[in-house]
Design a protein around this ligand. Sequence first.
Ligand code: GDP
Length: 407
Amino acid sequence: MIRISGPDAYRAAGLVVSREITRGMAGRFFRCAMSAPGGGRIDDGLALVFAAPRSYTGEDVVELQCHGGSVTPRRVLEACVAAGVRLARRGEFTQRAFLNGRMDLGAAEAVIDLVDAKTDRAADDAVERLSGGESGRFGEMYGKAVELGGRIEHALDFDEEELPRGFGEDLERGVEELAGMVEAKLSTAREGKILREGALVVLAGEPNAGKSSLMNALLGENRAIVSDEAGTTRDSIEEWLDVGGWPVRLTDTAGLRDAENAVESEGVARAEELIARADLVLALDCELPGALRVHAKCDLGGGEGINVSSRTGEGLDRLREAMAERLAEMAAKRSEESGADATTRQKELLSAAGEALAGARRALRGEDWVVAAEELRTAAEALGKILGKVYTEDLLDALFSRFCIGK
Ligand code: GDP
C-alpha cells in the first residue's frame, strides 16, 4: 500500500490513476489502472480516498493498493514521485498525525512499538497503549494534577481562616492517590524495555557442557522469531526466541569460542563480557552467581539444577518456565534503564512527576500552599509532556526517526 498525504494528495494520485479525485469520493474506494503520468499501465489496483481531517494524518489522503513483489510497488512509487509527491521521512505520517491532533505522543510511541514488536506479548502491550488505554490513564493523571494544583492556587486568594475544614487533608489524599497512579505506571514502564528490546540470555559452561546442543534444542522447539538483522555485527551466535511471551535473544558463548579459536583468550574474555551484560545466564553444570543453574545431558544421569536433555527433550518445558519466571521478576524489579528510547522518556517524566508529588505532600503537611501549588504544577507539566502537551522539536525529531519509512 502506498500512502499519499497532504493538501495536494488528490491531484497527485489523480495523475497516477488517470482519474479526477474529489472530496466527494472520501470514504470510498475504487478500482483503477495505475501509470506514471503520460506513461503506460503499470498495475491494476485500488485507490482509497480520505478527506481531511478524517484520515490517519488528518490531511487529505489517498492510499493506493497495488500488487506486491519487488518491481510493481517500486514502479507505482516512482509514478507517484513523477506526479509530484516526495518520499515520506521516517515516521512522518505518524508525526503529522500527532501535529494535526489525530493522536497524542503516547499513542505515537505505541505505533513504533507495535511495528517493532517481536512477540505477541509485546504487540499486545503496544496495542493496549495504542487504543488509548494508556493515554487515557496519563490524561487522567494530568487532569488530576491540574485540578489539585488549581484548587490550591484558588485557595491562595483566601485567608487561612476562610479555607474549609480539612482542606489540607483532602488535598493530601488526592496527591497521595495520584502518586500511587504514577508509581504503578513506573513499574510497567520498566517491563516495557524487555518487551521492546528482548532479554539477553547467555548460555555459559565449560567446553562440551552441551551449550550448542541446548541452544538448538530450545530453538528447535520455539520457532526462531527473527533471524539476525542485516547490518548488525555478529560477535556471537544470537537467535531470537519467544519464551512465554518474552522476547529473548539467546546467545551461545560456545559459538563465540569456536569462532575465536586462534585467539582463545580473547574469546574467553568476550564470553565473560557477554555474561556480565546478560539479563539472564543459564549456567550449565557450573557455578555462576545469579544464574539459573542447569544440568545438561540428564539422559546420562541427574545433577544439580534444572535437569534437561537436548537429546530426549526432557526438562525443556521446565527450563522455559523457569526462564519466563525469572524474566517476569526481572522486568518487575528492574530499575536501571539505559538508552534514549520512548519509554525511557516516559520513565524519566514519571519519576519527575513522582518527585514533585512527594514535594507537594511535604508542603501540604507544612501548610505551605505556595510550594505545594508549585510542585503540583511541576508534576502536571511532567505528565503533560508524556502526552506531548508540551513538546520540543528535538524530542519530535528523535522520536519519529525511530519509525520506518511509510508509517
Ligand atoms: P558445547 O561445547 O558446550 O557447546 O557442547 P555441545 O553442545 O557441542 O555438546 C558436547 C557434546 O555433548 C556433544 O558430543 C553432544 O552430542 C553431547 N550432548 C549434548 N547434549 C547432550 C544431551 O542432552 N545428551 C547426551 N547424551 N549428549 C549430549
